[in-house]
Design a protein around this ligand. Structure first.
Ligand code: APR
Length: 250
């Protein structure tokens, strides 16, 4: 895979990089993307119909069981070459911010440090009432497990449709997107706000925008560079170029 030399030149002179990732970066680890159809038991439900406060109020056990199933599915999953290439990218650039919509925790697992989890983390469980986190609950219970402190129902610490994003993470994401010289949008369909607007914030502040995705998205016509394909293949190839760029004459 070859990359335009002007992009490599821009990266060579950049110190501030922001990256936004979505479900596509975990696809090669074996996880379904959010908008893929679901398997087996869950095939008749749309994730968008389960991931909401309304769904939890209507049928908390259904929503709890769906997340329990997803938590279980994630347990055996490992980061892929795309995750590892982003760890290398963090080591290469002075200021690097990795903003993710993924709740699977794979970026940290791979070794990324400056990670902003905009939609929370599926492995963390907290009370839906008093927000106290807990590491112990009865998974076999017929009912949704309850908080030991206030008896509220437990829920995953993820952001559901209609809920606000964690304020500190969002502010840091906006700041990094405005300040960066190159912004990468990787493996995200770019249809969920406000994450989707980060690319525009970057662009409006003079950043170059690069997109890596298996398919074109609504963002594609507005980016400076679009690389179509798998992030687990394109990112390592790009990192290979970036790593040698210091010795390269332009
Ligand atoms: N490499 C790169 N891109 C890929 C790959 C891959 N191997 N596989 C799939 N993709 C792309 C798809 O083309 C699609 O554009 O990843 C994107 C996945 O899109 P979604 O499933 O919509 O996931 P995402 O953009 O992360 O969704 C955002 O929406 O439903 C909410 O909270 C949920 O965090 C999620 C958010």
């Amino acid at each position: 895979m070859t990359f335009p030399s002007e992009l490599i030149k821009i990266l060579k002179s950049s110190t501030r990089i922001a990256v936004l990732t979505g479900a596509g970066v975990s696809q090669e680890s074996g996880l379904k993307t959010f908008r893929d159809s679901q398997d087996g038991l869950w095939a008749k439900y749309k994730p968008t119909d389960l991931a909401s406060p309304e769904a939890f109020a209507r049928d908390p056990k259904l929503v709890w069981d769906w997340y329990a199933w997803r938590r279980e599915a994630i347990k055996g999953v490992r980061p892929n070459q795309g995750h590892y290439a982003l760890v290398e990218m963090e080591n290469k650039f002075l200021e690097f911010t990795l903003i993710t919509q993924n709740v699977d925790g794979l970026h940290r697992f791979a070794g990324s440090k400056n990670v902003l989890e905009l939609h929370g983390n599926i492995n963390l469980v907290r009370c839906s009432e008093c927000r106290t986190f807990t590491e112990e609950w009865d998974e076999e219970s017929e009912l949704v497990p309850q908080c030991k402190k206030c008896n509220g129902l437990l829920r995953p610490d993820v952001v559901w449709f209609g809920e606000s994003l964690p304020r500190a993470e969002l502010e840091s994401a906006v700041t990094a997107s405005r300040a960066c010289q190159v912004f990468f949008s990787i493996g995200t369909s770019g249809v969920v706000q406000p994450a989707a607007s980060l690319a525009h914030a970057a662009r409006n502040n003079g950043s170059i925008v690069v997109e890596i995705n298996a398919e074109p998205t609504p963002l594609t016509p507005k980016v400076d560079y679009f690389f179509q394909g798998k992030s687990g293949e394109i990112l390592p190839a790009l990192m290979k170029e970036i790593k040698t760029m210091d010795d390269r004459p332009f």
